[in-house]
Each structure stands twice: as C-alpha cells, then as structure tokens.
Ligand binder design. Structure first.
Ligand code: CTP
Ligand code: CA
Length: 228
C-alpha cells in the first residue's frame, strides 16, 4: 500500500544500478572480495521501481532478495560487472554505481587449486587494476551528451567532502554520494552526503530503505527530462 503513495517521479525512466561487492577469483576455491552487503544498492533499486522506473540491477555476490519488479543480473568479477553494465547502458537514462568494485584482481587465475608445497613457501601474488565501471560509463557519448545521468558513490575513511568532491570531478559525474561516518558496510542505516556542481548537502541518518527513496527523489529532480 505504501508504495502506491510514492510519487511516480521516474515514470518512463530506465535506471541501471550496480550493487554489492565483486569477487575476483584467484583459483577455483579462492578469491578477493570485500564486505559490501549490497543493501544500499538494492534499496535504491526498490525505490526507483516504486517511483515508476524500469530497473536493471547488476549485482555482485550477495544473498539478498530481488526487489519486486526489478530485473536482476548476477555477476562475480568487476570485468563481468562492466560487461553486464555495458550491455544495459544503451537503454538506460540513469546509471547509479553503488557497487563496491574490487580495485584489483589477481594477475593470474590458476585453473587448479594452488597447493602448499610443504616447504613453508608462500605464493607471490601479484595484482592488476580492474576497469573503472563508473568512469567508463561516464565517459560514454550518451553520458557526456546528458542522455544518461550518472551517479557515483564514495566510501572514504576520512575527509569525506574533500575526497568525494575530488572523486566527482575525476570520474566526471554530475552527482556523487558520500557515505558519512565509520563502516556502513552491512549496517541497516546510513547517512549520505550529496555533492553536485551546486555544492554539498546531507541526507539525515535513516534506514537504507528510507535513504533509497530520498536519493531517488534527489536524482529525479536533477534529471533534465523530469525537473523539480
Ligand atoms: N567504481 C566502479 N568501478 C571500479 C571502482 C569504483 O564503478 N573499478 C565506482 C563505485 O561503484 C563508486 C565510485 O566508483 O560509485 C567510487 O568508488 P570508490 O571505491 O570510492 O573510488 P575509487 O575510484 O575506486 O578510488 P579509491 O577506492 O582509491 O578511493
Ligand atoms: Ca575503490
């Protein structure tokens, strides 16, 4: 019932969202990942759907139910996530990068499980940088011409405003959302700092569900085709 009272601010919009961690395999039984719960991205997907959008959610490995009416694509690695996002970006009018993408992956994937050799020697792991999904999409023609509105997130341990403002410019996105405060991974509530070309403003501490709705409203009023 509550959903029917959400204004349909995103009717006619196609919203593409990344959520959760990525998993970068090292061998068939091991890999590199992080503690992202996916809750914020899933809450945004549900809120965008409630606001009338068609929603595609590209999700890393998380055990969360798919929000009703949302198309979900499950992926593991950053490269898989990029491919899924690129496959859906042409149809999208909004892209929200809420995933905690692993910045690096093991340089090599061992097709067989890496075994101890009994001598106490440890494997010398090397890493390579993953593609930046948000920056890649933000650099596309559709994003640059304003047909695809891109929203980034920033997880910082200190100096949020300065780091997030710099990140917004570096990634070339109109809106960057910072997580305020310590470790929000896995928590049910959060505080968000919105940074755009007008400056910054905070969304007060609330559940991720409520923040999803608030953020969707903030995005909707910034869309050239919707307005405030
Ligand atoms: N992001 C992405 N692909 C990556 C890394 C990050 O799409 N390979 C996106 C995230 O989903 C988020 C934004 O970029 O929306 C910022 O991610 P963050 O990890 O805060 O920034 P990085 O650019 O990776 O820089 P650092 O981790 O060093 O602060
Ligand atoms: Ca990162």
């Amino acid at each position: 019932i509550a959903a029917s009272f959400v204004p349909k601010r995103l009717a006619g919009q196609q919203v593409l969202i990344t959520a959760g961690p990525t998993f970068e395999a090292l061998d068939p039984v091991r890999g590199l990942t992080n503690h992202s719960s996916g809750k914020m991205g899933f809450a945004i997907a549900a809120a965008a759907r409630a606001a009338g959008a068609q929603v595609t959610l590209v999700a890393g490995p998380v055990h969360l139910p798919t929000p009703r009416g949302v198309r979900r694509i499950n992926v593991q690695s950053a490269r898989d996530m990029l491919a899924a996002v690129q496959g859906a970006a042409d149809a999208a009018s909004v892209f929200i990068a809420a995933a905690a993408v692993a910045d690096w992956r093991p340089a090599e994937f061992a097709a067989q499980k890496i075994k101890k050799d009994g001598s106490g020697q440890v494997p010398g792991l090397t890493f390579v940088e993953n593609p930046d999904i948000l920056a890649t999409i933000a650099a596309s023609d559709r994003a640059r011409s304003g047909q695809l509105y891109c929203v980034g997130f920033a997880a910082e341990s200190d100096n949020l405003l300065a780091h997030a403002s710099a990140k917004r410019l570096r990634k070339n996105v109109p809106l960057l959302v910072g997580n305020i405060g310590p470790a929000t991974f896995g928590q049910d509530d959060n505080t968000l700092l919105l940074i755009d070309d007008q400056g910054s403003s905070a969304l007060p501490r609330a559940s991720k569900t409520a923040l999803g709705h608030a953020l969707v409203a903030e995005i909707a009023r910034r869309l050239p085709s919707v307005g405030g």
